[in-house]
Design a protein around this ligand. Structure first.
Ligand code: MRU
Length: 334
């Protein structure tokens, strides 16, 4: 992740391990402030995942892997630590995948720091491969739409949905990105726009409600990330994804979902089984801590929605571009 800190270009990951501490960019205050937080307890990392200091499925997984590293180094009970981490956010499959990976690695005698670093490095490699496959889908002079932030911040580095855009940009392709702001936490406006600016990729932020307006006349392709993908190809992603996918099918716009295979949950058959996180009403009724809604009004705040497989053109993964129907074959091969 290329960022300009105090005027200097700097390479940094969303989360990493240094001097026996977990370090992460505080994604709650970007882009107004760039701050790196440092944690020495697994419980602090769990709280950072819960309060969205770090967010995005692969980054949440890596943070949990590093959290378990802290637990292992301080001799905590690993099952207790793992359960604490599992209770932070229910939807992203990568969280559970990373915790199982770490418990297995530590149980088989691996050094926890090395195992967690290997886990984070592997995510970055997978994202690079997603970028290579996905860039084939970005045509010169095209218009792309994305939702939420599935960039480097969300996946340790590089990104999932943003990886193809980075590669296409490096290849010299010209394209323009519509970034939907992503109410209520504004990951599109605050984080995706910030990443695209740092890369010099032309884009504009639009209100979520303006998506259809632009899709009708000016969008060639949509690429989003995913938090959990069921065996049949139904997938959960940030709230607002479903309506874009339905509209895309109606308007004949290809709709791609970029995610590593660790996001597939082969233990569930369909999207109906994906647990959907419900977050605080305040995220909807307040802006920057100030109540905007009438006092006494209540709000609903689901963090994700589920899009049925029939709206997905293909999944862009580190092993190639897969049709929803090919996922069950992948399951059989495991
Ligand atoms: O609530 P968030 O910000 O963690 O939600 C993030 C998303 O929905 C992303 O699109 C998804 O995790 C893919 S990230 C590469």
């Amino acid at each position: 992740l290329r960022v300009i800190v105090e005027g200097k270009p700097t390479e940094v990951r969303a989360v990493w391990f240094e001097n026996n501490r977990v370090k992460m960019i505080d994604q709650r205050i970007l882009p107004l402030e760039f701050r790196v937080l440092s944690f020495c307890k697994c419980s602090e990392v769990a709280e950072a995942i819960r309060n969205m200091t770090i967010r995005g499925a692969p980054s949440i997984g890596a943070a949990a892997a590093y959290g378990l590293t802290l637990a292992a180094l301080s001799g905590e009970n690993l099952e207790t630590a793992a359960n604490l981490l599992r209770r932070t956010r229910p939807t992203a499959n990568d969280l559970f995948y990373a915790i199982d990976y770490m418990l297995h690695a530590i149980a088989s005698g691996k050094d926890p720091i090395a195992a967690a670093n290997a886990y984070a490095d592997a995510i970055v490699e997978k994202c690079k491969r997603i970028g290579k496959y996905g860039s084939l889908l970005i045509r010169n002079n095209s218009k792309v739409m994305t939702h939420c932030n599935a960039g480097a911040l969300a996946s340790v580095d590089v990104g999932t949905a943003l990886a193809p855009l980075r590669v296409a940009h490096d290849e010299g392709k010209n394209f323009f990105v519509y970034v939907s702001e992503t109410r209520p936490r504004l990951q599109g406006m605050r984080l995706t726009s910030w990443e695209l600016l740092n890369e010099g990729i032309p884009h504009a932020i639009i209100a979520d409600a303006a998506s259809g307006h632009y899709m009708k006349k000016d969008v060639d392709v949509i690429i989003v990330g995913a938090d959990r993908i069921a065996s049949n190809g139904d997938f959960a992603n940030k709230i607002g994804t479903f309506e874009k996918a339905v509209l895309a099918k109606e308007l004949g716009i290809p709709f791609y979902v970029a995610a590593p295979v660790s996001t597939f949950d082969f233990s569930i058959e369909s999207g109906e089984e994906i647990p959907i996180e419900s977050r605080s009403e305040d995220e909807v009724t307040e802006i920057e801590g100030r109540r905007i809604a009438p006092i006494g009004a209540s709000a609903l705040n689901p963090a994700f929605d589920v899009t049925p497989n029939k709206y997905v053109t293909s999944f862009i993964t580190e092993i190639g571009i897969l049709k929803p129907s090919e996922i069950s074959e992948l399951k059989m091969k495991r």
